[in-house]
Design a binder for this molecule. Structure first.
Ligand SMILES: NC(=O)c1ccc[n+]([C@@H]2O[C@H](COP(=O)([O-])OP(=O)(O)OC[C@H]3O[C@@H](n4cnc5c(N)ncnc54)[C@H](OP(=O)(O)O)[C@@H]3O)[C@@H](O)[C@H]2O)c1
Length: 534
């Protein structure tokens, strides 16, 4: 049945335009996943590739070859992946026709990443295709431990599978996070990878950039005149960026002991979101133009010397507490965590961007584990109006306007402004307008990895981190980490699980006359008011 669109819908369709032109064609290729038996492959990569197949976004011809040490056959790996898909797919049940089509393109290649024979075997499997484009175009996805990234690139090169001049086809490396654990190691890894591949062939993942709402930050800013002209120090008082997690470290204690919240979240996700919120308009929507502006922004962040870290950065670690009525252990009681660990599970920081647009505007960032809710949002807090007309009724309490970009959950945008309370009295109170992705576009929200894999196959690097970008972000994180090294946590730096972090994080904002706002929850109780501690 053909549905007739109403006029409004037709107009909407006419107004839709692809902002970066048509997507580059996705050419037939081979996707080799190193770390095929791992958690990321089962939970994210295979479900993402399956959905791309289901949405008819994959190339006409492609193959997926998994590499890992565990003993498996093509058939047993397919069976395992089917189990993973049943569990982790965002659409259920799994479509049998699509699965059949998808699974026959999946192959397993057993071997150790440190063994040259593994790559010879992989080369042989890759050569075993009748389609020259599938043989000639390769995407190597490094879903292994970060310590193995450089070795895989080196051995791929030695086996003739990866080179800076790949001939008629293309060869790309997708590299998972974390990319290094400090500036020095990130630089070393960059040097090693670019020894075997050009920068344009390297796609460094930050899965946050694959989220629809994060991509929408640029669309929102640069396609709406009314907000962009307010987007500066004249109108904006400060910005709050919150990425909170309700879960503790759980089984990831071993990993977390080496990382901490600064390396795990701030260096990558938070600084990436900050860059998109604060960067200047790019000269075009090409990958390099956007990444140039992000790097410029990261380099404009005022460096934190050790005295600044004491003033502008608060770290915290959770002790036992309650989340949703359930008792949670303290971080030091978690599995694989040292009993005297000083690793931070919470960071709040005040950053300043020393450029024309943002001079003097504080950007507050916070992230942590075992916080009251899981949410990611950016709150743009505008300057208050002159308190003249409503001073008698509201005193200093007249709430300034705020725009909240809700990155997840309840993805959308909220605008908070003041309105008259109906009735004979002259009362003013804050009200909100909400835009919700689900209500406007339906519940179709592709996983970040779907978008990222598709862009990597298409060769569009916009959503991936460039070499100078990752190094600029590490430079900021390193300054903070160095100031903390060797300093045990003080009593003020602990917080009970289920609370919004250490009290010192409130003091950080109070000093400037600011307060953290409770993140917006559209359908819940939260009113977006300043957080009160009990
Ligand atoms: N899991 C996530 O949600 C997530 C999220 C963000 C980033 N990441 C990143 O993604 C990467 C993979 O994480 P993961 O959680 O999937 O790790 P994982 O579950 O520990 O899997 C590691 C994989 O590497 C393989 N491997 C390890 N040593 C090998 C060797 N010497 N030779 C061949 N294969 C080897 C393992 O297979 P065998 O044991 O069979 O050899 C396994 O398939 C890491 O860099 C991680 O930081 C993961």
């Amino acid at each position: 049945m053909v549905l007739r669109m109403n006029q409004a819908q037709q107009l909407d369709e006419l107004m839709i335009c692809r902002l970066n032109g048509e997507r580059k064609a996705v050419e037939p290729c081979t996707i080799a996943i190193f770390g095929a038996s791992g958690d990321l492959t089962a939970r994210k990569l295979i479900p993402a590739l399956y959905h791309l197949q289901k949405e008819k976004q994959m190339p006409t011809e492609y193959r997926i070859i998994g590499v890992a040490r565990r003993e498996k056959t093509d058939a047993s790996w397919r069976e395992e992946l089917r189990g993973a898909l049943d569990e982790f797919s965002r659409t259920k049940p799994v479509d049998e026709v699509e699965w059949k089509e998808f699974s026959q393109r999946v192959f397993y290649c057993r071997g150790d990443l440190a063994d040259a024979a593994t790559y010879a075997n992989l080369a042989q499997t890759m050569a075993n295709s009748s389609d020259p484009a599938v043989r000639g175009n390769s995407l190597f996805y490094l879903a292994t431990s970060p310590s193995q990234f450089a070795e895989v690139a080196k051995r791929l090169n030695a086996a003739g599978l990866l080179s800076k001049d790949p001939g008629p086809g293309w060869q790309r490396l997708v590299v998972e996070k974390p990319f290094g654990h400090d500036l020095e190691s990130a630089r070393a890894l960059n040097r090693e990878l670019t020894h075997y591949a050009r920068e344009q062939q390297i796609f460094r993942i930050d899965h946050y950039l694959g989220k629809e709402t994060v991509q929408n930050i640029l669309m929102f800013r640069f396609s709406n005149a009314i907000f962009e002209r307010l987007w500066n120090r004249e109108s904006i008082d400060h910005v709050q960026l919150t990425v909170s997690e309700k879960l503790g470290v759980g089984q990831r204690g071993g990993y977390y002991e080496e990382a901490g919240a600064l390396r795990d979240m701030v260096q990558n996700h938070l600084l990436q979101v900050l860059a998109l919120v604060a960067m200047e308009p790019p000269v075009s929507l090409e990958a390099e133009s956007i990444r140039d502006e992000k790097v410029k922004l990261l380099k404009s962040i005022r460096p934190l010397q050790s005295g600044d870290v004491v003033r502008q950065v608060v770290r915290g670690q959770y002790f036992a507490g309650n989340v949703d009525g359930q008792t949670r252990p303290g971080y030091r009681q978690e599995a694989k965590v040292r009993a005297d660990s000083n690793v931070e599970t919470y960071v709040a920081l005040e950053l300043f961007i020393d450029n024309w647009r943002w001079s003097g505007v504080p950007f507050y960032l916070r992230t942590g584990k075992n916080l009251p809710i899981s949410t990611s949002e950016v709150r743009i807090q505008f300057r208050p109006t002159p308190n003249v007309l409503f001073a008698a009724q509201c005193g200093p309490k007249l709430d300034p306007n705020a725009l909240v970009l809700r990155l997840q959950p309840d993805e959308g945008i909220s605008l908070r402004f003041n309105g008259k309370v109906p009735g004979t009295s002259e009362q003013v109170r804050p009200v909100r307008m909400h835009f919700s992705y689900d209500a406007e576009f339906g519940a179709y929200t592709p996983e970040a990895y779907e978008r990222l894999l598709l862009e990597a196959i298409a060769g569009d690097a916009t959503l991936f981190i460039r070499r100078d970008e990752v190094e600029a972000a590490w430079q900021i994180a390193d300054g903070i980490q160095k100031a903390w090294d060797g300093k045990p946590l003080s009593n003020r730096e602990f917080y009970a699980a289920g609370t919004w972090g250490p009290v010192a994080a409130d003091d950080l904002l109070a000093r400037e006359g600011h307060a953290w706002r409770e993140p917006v929850v559209v359908n819940g109780e939260n009113k977006g008011l300043a957080v009160k501690r009990t």
